[in-house]
Write a protein that binds this ligand. Structure first.
Ligand code: ATP
Ligand code: MG
Length: 421
């Protein structure tokens, strides 16, 4: 019954037989929560947020019954659903921020013989050593945890001839006694961890079609920020490819927060205006400042409290210490840079894990490569940049650019999904 991303294994797990006469062999999803349990008096608020996010993620799958069991465990039941539908629900829960582990579990009556029976069936395909780990959330259950483990372990050993090994077993069978039922399950899959999206407020991600910004967005969502996305295309001087990429990236990231908004601003003309104002070596950094000013104006409309970028120190010439200082100077809002201390290979590993790398690697014409000077400034002076911007009235230009933004709602559920903020 391991939860896994391998469809064949999910099918096999879902098809595992249960005691037909128990009426309680029902397949459910059990989730272990992380930091959320540490939050003391705010816990109720966090739980409510997480429950809402879980429901949004499960949209379209049918009726879900959610119950919170103690501080760290949530059970999801889908009455009448097929085992495959429950497996699909488990897959979706892997992407809900705040969930540390996802398990497909069998729900069994509080009868140790039925529990042992389901446990034996769960281990049918397994080989090697095993251990049973039992715990009771209901302490009134007549057997202690170690008695449960001993009895269930003995049945598994008798049925399958497997050897018990308490330290580093090849297989672990979990038995968790709850108020109304017992849950029996084998290994699970790791969830995202972190905090429920929305718990930390809102931010606006500057989203290129590159590798870094989607990873930065994921990191900040994982710390509880609900994010909107802003992409600058080189239109009308480039094709729309970068917009398609940004759209696909946001649709992939939408799995982690549900209800994403992507704003697209055609930036080509503004870039040309900068160029003809004689910025020369400062072209790239002046462009980035104008992007940030535009983002700040949009963030103001959206109620976002911070901007997020994919900058990593020293990765490209615009990301030197001096240039980062010059970028921070462009806006009042804090700029969050979750990748600042990461190597490119680490960022790429993350991108692969969250499913954005293959999209980022598609070819496009990035607006930043338009009008690139032969030599880029690595130590931009803030005073020079400010002088240019005063001449151009960059603030007014940023305000204007916001009015040209086009809103898209890339949904991981596909284009037919109902739009929502
Ligand atoms: P990325 O892989 O995210 O594109 P990068 O290594 O290519 O980053 P830059 O091109 O200097 O670095 O961009 C740094 C950051 O500036 C990006 O991570 C992103 O947050 C923002 N940015 C750059 N180009 C755009 C764009 N066209 N639209 C929106 N944001 C952008
Ligand atoms: Mg880039």
């Amino acid at each position: 019954m391991a939860v896994t991303s391998d469809p064949a294994a999910v099918e096999a797990a879902a098809a595992a037989p249960v005691a037909a006469d128990s009426g309680l062999g029902e397949l459910c999803v059990l989730m272990k929560l992380g930091e959320i349990v540490l939050k003391g008096s705010n816990r109720k608020l966090f739980e409510r947020r997480l429950h809402n996010n879980i429901r949004s993620s499960a949209r379209g799958l049918g009726e879900i019954r959610l119950t919170q069991r103690g501080a760290g465990v949530i059970i999801l039941r889908m009455p009448g659903a097929s085992d495959l539908e429950v497996a699909e629900l488990a897959e979706r829960m892997r992407n809900v921020m705040g969930v540390v582990w996802v398990h497909l579990v069998r729900r069994v009556a509080k009868d140790i013989d039925l529990v042992a029976d389901v446990a034996v069936r769960s281990m049918a395909e397994r080989t090697g050593t095993f251990a049973v780990r039992a715990r009771r959330r209901d302490k009134r259950f007549p057997l202690t945890s170690s008695q449960i483990a001993a009895q269930v372990g003995a049945e598994i050993k008798r049925a399958h001839g497997m050897a018990v090994r308490l330290k580093n077993p090849d297989n672990t069978l979990f038995v968790e006694v709850d108020k109304d039922e017992v849950f029996v399950f084998t290994d699970g899959i790791p969830g995202q961890g972190g905090l429920p999206v929305g718990m930390s407020g809102r931010a606006l991600v500057l989203m290129s079609g590159g590798i870094d910004s989607p990873v930065a967005a994921h990191r900040m969502m994982r710390r509880g920020l609900k994010v909107d996305f802003l992409h600058f295309s080189g239109m009308p001087f480039t094709g729309p490819e970068s917009i398609y990429k940004a759209y696909s990236l946001v649709r992939q990231l939408d799995r982690f927060q549900v209800g994403s908004r992507l704003f697209v601003v055609p930036f080509g003309k503004a870039q040309q205006q900068l160029k003809s104002s004689g910025v020369e070596r400062l072209q790239i950094i002046a462009q980035r400042r104008l992007m940030l000013k535009t983002a700040e104006a949009l963030a103001d409309d959206l109620g976002s409290e911070a901007l997020v970028t994919g900058d990593a120190l020293g990765q490209v010439s615009s990301q030197t210490m001096a240039n980062i200082t010059a970028l921070d100077d462009a806006v009042d809002l804090p700029i969050l840079r979750p990748l600042i201390g990461m190597d490119k290979t680490e960022i790429m590993d993350q991108a692969r894990r969250i499913g954005t790398l293959s999209i980022s690697e598609l070819p496009d014409e990035d607006c930043c490569t338009l009008l690139t000077p032969r030599q880029a400034e690595t130590a931009a002076k803030v005073a020079d940049l400010r002088r240019i911007e005063t001449r151009l009235d960059a603030e007014a230009l940023a305000e204007h650019l916001v009015t040209t933004a086009q809103l898209h709602r890339p949904s991981f559920l596909g284009d037919a999904a109902p739009a929502h903020a």
